[in-house]
Structures are given as structure tokens and as C-alpha cells.
Design a protein around this ligand. Structure first.
Ligand SMILES: C[S@@+](CC[C@H](N)C(=O)[O-])C[C@H]1O[C@@H](n2cnc3c(N)ncnc32)[C@H](O)[C@@H]1O
Length: 406
């Protein structure tokens, strides 16, 4: 690379970091994370794309998936990388395990953050991916990072315990090895899937229990493995354009919903108002905590005109009733005094209004305190129900998640 290209890369890196800061989401709260991102040369971990693409705030695919499927490997979107490093807050001297080595870029950032005495271990399930990560880490001076090939669900016990574990792939189940390999009080940052949604949760280890009081919306490519295939999908139309996604432990059967979309029962408007682009992801959490049949509705481009338009066609919160369905919609209302567009939330009802009425109650509970964050607990799977705290229960093969607002 010529000196001019190196200067270009440094300038693009600075712009990338400034862009993440300008999002105003607090991802660079820790100056150390921004400094690491200014130092590590991301383009050397994704050499097959242009410098501009290497420093755009986008994921870079390195191993495409089957047609219509998500990639099998990629370098994650830089702003999401920053968000998760902020959540993990790795300290100098810390011992960190990363699940999902990918290109090695995040492992290099971790190595910057824990240097000089810390240690980073990263594991990926695909040998060609770990070979690429190893080569890129060696070439960029991060040869102290330990790269392992294997199923991340097992962790890397020979280097445990870890002060922090960061999962850069999307699991559905939380493998017990992760809790076992953390130090007491250690952090597990994980984009966990539940109720059709995915959140980057910051768990802290407390004995056998993981406890989280903060999480943020974020999605990752799915983790492979025997216990990770717990999401279920079913279609509501013959073309497969309108689908529901739910969890294995939920009593949802799309056969019982046959023809439900042909029986519209109106929209229940809630009086809950959202300013343009303001977040409503807290509503997903409310639903996960309080609604046993909350799930995700996905509507393809071809079908958005067939039914009441969902609030975000690719992922809208929905509630299933008995032969009935409700999902979140919005309508534009008068703009705010400052000219900002505003929308009222509603629950579109199909089959009957029962689930829509429940959805309205959840929308209003969320609206009453939009910033409330529940405590999310992960207990071992064999914990008796009477020993669990109060809250919404989500059972997975390895854990019992409890989402509690009390
Ligand atoms: C989004 S990429 C990780 C990005 C990476 N941290 C980086 O900085 O480039 C997700 C990675 O997780 C890996 N993966 C998927 N299932 C896995 C599993 N069961 N164990 C370990 N890695 C897995 C994929 O092969 C993929 O490389």
C-alpha cells in the first residue's frame, strides 16, 4: 500500500469513527473504543472490498449464504461493533473470549483494548474462517490473539476463566459453558433471539445466574449448532409473503390461523403517539415479558397492500389469539409544533379483536414509561419454577429466561 493510500485509509477511519459518534447513540461513550477503532486497520481484515466500503458503516460479507439466506460470515457493521464493545467495557489486562472470529477485526479491537497485559481468545466454527482471521491478525501485528476452530457453544475452557465474553453471532439458546467460563461478576454481551426479535443483552454473572439491566436492539447472523434452531416459522398466505416467527416454547400453530387475514376486524387505535423515527423497541420487551403469544410478523413487498400495513414490514410485533391475530400499525396525525411528523400506534385485528385489545394494553403499558428496562435473568434450565423471580418466562433448552418489570 502506498503512503497516500495509507493516509486515505486513516482519513476514512477517522470519518467512520466520527460518523458513529454523530449517531448520538452513545456507542463511543468510552473514548478507548473510539481510539481502538482509529488504530485497527479494518481494510486489512476485508481486503476484497474498496477502502471506501471497508470504512462505510456497513457489514462486509466474507462468506455468502445460500440464495435468499443471510451470509455465513461477515465483518459486522462498525457502529454495532462499537456498541457491543461499549457494552462489554473490556479493561486493560482483561481476559476476553469472543464467539464468532469472522475476519478477526473485532478480536484486534479487543486486543487493543486489553493491551498490554490482557489476553484475547476468539473462536469460529468454520476452519477457512479461522485461517483467514489468523492470517489477518498476524499480518496486522495481533499475533498474541489466540484463534480457535470449534463450536463456540463449548467456549474455550482451556483459557478460562474470562472477565468478559462477547458473542458476535446470533444465538437462540445460551450455552451453559459461557456462564461456567466467566469470572464472578464478569460480563456476557450477547445478541440473543427471543419472541422473534434479537437484543444485545449485557448479562453479569452472579453464581449460576446471569442478570441484565440493559440491552439494545441488534441482530446478527444466526449461530449454528444443535440447540440453536429454536425459532419456528409459519406462513399465513399461500405465497409465503406473510409469515410469523416464534419460539419453540410457545403454543403457536399457524394451521389454526388459516384464512385469518381474510377476516379483518378493524384497527384499535391507542392514542399513543410517536414522533418520527423515535424508537419503540421497548414495546418488544414489554410483549416478551407480558404476552405469552407475542411473536414477529414479516410481510414481503408483494403483500404490504393486501393487509393493513404493518409498522415495519420486515419485523413487526404481533400477538396470536385463538384463530385470531393482531399486529402493530400506525397512522400519521398532525405534526408537532416544531414540524416533526407524528404517528399514532394501533393494533390491527384479524379474526377477532381479542389479541388486538391485549396488544393495545401492552402498547399503553410501554407508553406509560418508555424508558423502563426490565431485569432479564437467565437461570439454569433445571431451576424449579418456584425459585424463579416474578416475570415473563421463556424456556430454552439450556436456560429459563425471566423478563421482569417488578
Ligand atoms: C458476524 S460474524 C463475526 C464477525 C467477527 N467478529 C469480525 O470481527 O469479523 C459471525 C461468525 O460467527 C461464526 N459462527 C456461526 N456459528 C458459530 C458457532 N456455533 N460457533 C462459533 N462461531 C460460529 C460464523 O462462522 C461467522 O464467522
Amino acid at each position: 500500500m502506498t503512503t497516500i493510500e495509507q493516509q486515505d485509509a486513516a482519513e476514512l477511519r477517522a470519518r467512520m469513527v466520527a460518523g458513529i459518534d454523530e449517531l448520538g447513540l452513545g456507542y463511543l461513550r468510552l473514548a478507548r473504543v473510539g481510539e481502538a477503532m482509529l488504530t485497527v486497520e479494518r481494510h486489512r481484515f476485508v481486503p476484497h472490498v474498496s477502502l471506501a466500503d471497508a470504512y462505510a458503516d456497513r457489514a462486509v460479507t466474507t462468506k455468502p449464504g445460500q440464495p435468499g439466506q443471510q451470509p455465513q460470515s461477515c465483518a459486522s457493521q462498525p457502529s454495532i461493533v462499537a456498541m457491543m464493545l461499549d457494552q462489554l467495557d473490556p479493561k486493560p489486562g482483561g481476559r476476553i473470549l469472543e464467539i464468532g472470529a469472522g475476519t478477526g477485526y473485532n478480536a484486534a479491537l479487543l486486543a487493543e483494548l486489553v493491551k498490554p497485559a490482557g489476553h484475547v481468545v476468539t473462536i469460529d466454527v468454520t476452519p477457512e474462517v479461522t485461517a483467514g482471521a489468523r492470517a489477518a491478525l498476524d499480518a496486522t501485528g495481533y499475533d498474541r490473539v489466540h484463534v480457535v476452530t470449534g463450536d463456540g457453544a463449548e467456549g474455550v475452557p482451556e483459557s478460562a476463566p474470562y472477565d468478559g465474553i462477547i458473542v458476535t453471532v446470533g444465538p437462540w439458546d445460551l450455552p451453559p459453558a459461557w456462564t461456567a467460563q466467566l469470572v464472578e461478576g464478569g460480563r456476557l454481551v450477547v445478541p440473543l433471539k427471543f419472541r422473534g426479535n434479537s437484543r444485545g443483552i449485557v448479562f453479569v454473572k452472579d453464581g449460576q445466574i446471569l442478570r441484565a439491566t440493559s440491552s439494545r436492539l441488534c441482530g446478527f447472523i444466526p449461530m449454528t449448532g444443535p440447540k440453536q434452531d429454536g425459532e419456528r416459522r409459519g406462513q399465513l398466505d399461500t405465497e409465503g409473503e406473510i409469515t410469523l416467527t416464534w419460539d419453540l416454547d410457545q403454543q403457536i400453530d399457524t394451521a389454526e390461523l388459516a384464512g385469518v387475514l381474510d377476516r379483518p376486524a378493524g384497527v384499535i387505535w391507542t392514542g399513543t403517539v410517536m414522533r418520527y423515527a423515535s424508537p419503540f423497541d421497548g414495546l418488544w420487551l414489554r410483549l416478551a415479558a407480558d404476552e405469552p403469544r407475542a411473536c414477529r410478523l414479516t410481510v414481503g413487498n408483494g403483500a404490504t397492500a393486501v393487509i393493513e400495513a404493518p409498522v415495519i414490514p420486515a419485523r413487526t410485533p404481533a400477538v396470536v389469539g385463538t384463530g385470531s391475530l393482531a399486529y402493530l400499525v400506525q397512522r400519521e396525525i398532525a405534526a408537532d409544533v416544531d414540524g416533526t411528523r407524528r404517528f399514532e400506534l394501533g393494533a390491527a385485528a384479524y379474526g377477532s379483536t381479542d389479541p388486538a385489545e391485549r396488544l393495545r394494553t401492552h402498547i399503553q403499558a410501554w407508553d406509560a414509561d418508555r424508558d423502563a428496562h426490565p431485569t432479564i435473568y437467565a437461570y439454569p434450565a433445571d431451576t424449579p419454577t418456584e425459585d424463579l423471580p416474578c416475570g415473563g418466562l421463556i424456556d430454552k433448552p439450556s436456560n429459563r429466561l425471566v423478563i421482569s418489570y417488578s
